[in-house]
Design a protein around this ligand. Sequence first.
Ligand SMILES: *Cc1c(COP(=O)(O)O)cnc(C)c1O
Length: 403
Amino acid sequence: MPYSYLSHLRCSKTGEIHDADQPQQLSRVGAPLLASYDLEALKQDWRPADLLGRPASLWRYHELLPVRDPAQVVTLGEGFTPLLPLPKLGKQIGIPDLWMKDESIIPTGSFKARGAAVGLSRARELGIAHFAMPTNGNAGAAWALYGARAGLRSTIVMPQAAPAITRLETSLAGARLYLVDGLISDAGRQVAQAVAEQSLFDASTLKEPYRIEGKKTMGLEIAEQFGWTLPDVILYPTGGGVGLIGIYKALRELQELGWVKGDLPRLVAVQSSGCAPIVQAWQQGASESTFWPDSQTLAFGINVPKALGDFLVLDALYSTDGCAIAVDDRAIQSEIRQLASQEGSFVCPEGAAAFAAARQLRESGWIKEGERVVVLNTGAGIKYPDAITVVPQRLRRDGRIPA
Ligand SMILES: *Cc1c(COP(=O)(O)O)cnc(C)c1O
């Protein structure tokens, strides 16, 4: 049995087939390429029971991942993160069957590790030596660190305002790190120019086909951890949207394999009210978003004014009867406090946004009584020491702790 059942790449706009065993960027019409697998053969060869005893990492699903040679796998032990019940918060917000898929304890401190592990393993397999990417911080950190492990050179461009810790991670990993006075879209222009002039491999969001394959494993894990049943609703903090597109892709693949039955979960794209292009498009019933000017939010990972894969995110929302919703920074900060004090979890601002959205959607009745709801906490709160301030208690005048 092959390690991977990858068969080809297809254009997400035209369906045109591209060779998966050559380095590829966008399709011939400039759209993202998506990986296809020989699902008919997999159906014969692969059963859920085959997963028993495999390592607790995303590589347990290697048949449905693009790396052909196990010797090329670059891993820091990523994946198979906890799926935790949140009984106290769930009770408070009227969702007793509330769960958190917790990406805070993954290597590099955010779920970007998934995309980096799979994307870089495949890049190395295809002989790529030097990649470049724009980032809001976490992706650059993950790709630089996994790049160091894989032995690839990396050129990373991020906004000056990106979380300082991600700058450290990127630089310590040995990447060429450049800062721009602007947004991720400005960093993207720098990268596009360098890619063209220095013939680097462009690892920007959805401009190479395999980062999404790493991110889709969140969907595979949720299904497996619920015993191959699916929740009613999944909420995802959406920037470039790769995680949401990936989860949708994973669930469709599992449906085709016959491993899950029934309706797919309603997928929810959560954005910040300071940067909500997908929400705006969804409200208008549009199939694409428009550039969101002067975007701003403390949830840095979802500060993406225009996503290349916006049409794929919107398609996933429409196809699953999902929705898109924006929450403001105050609600995000309040939710960080709720999660820590009630459930002992220090979530990242992006994850907190998704919890705030769950609260609001239950209030409005969009989430119904008794539904099973999964919220993605996409990273560790400790990566964002400036997102929130606390005032310590005061000692007594005599220097002692008050009774
Ligand atoms: C990048 C990022 C997101 C958004 O991910 P996309 O899949 O690009 O939409 C959410 N949360 C965190 C912590 C991130 O770093």
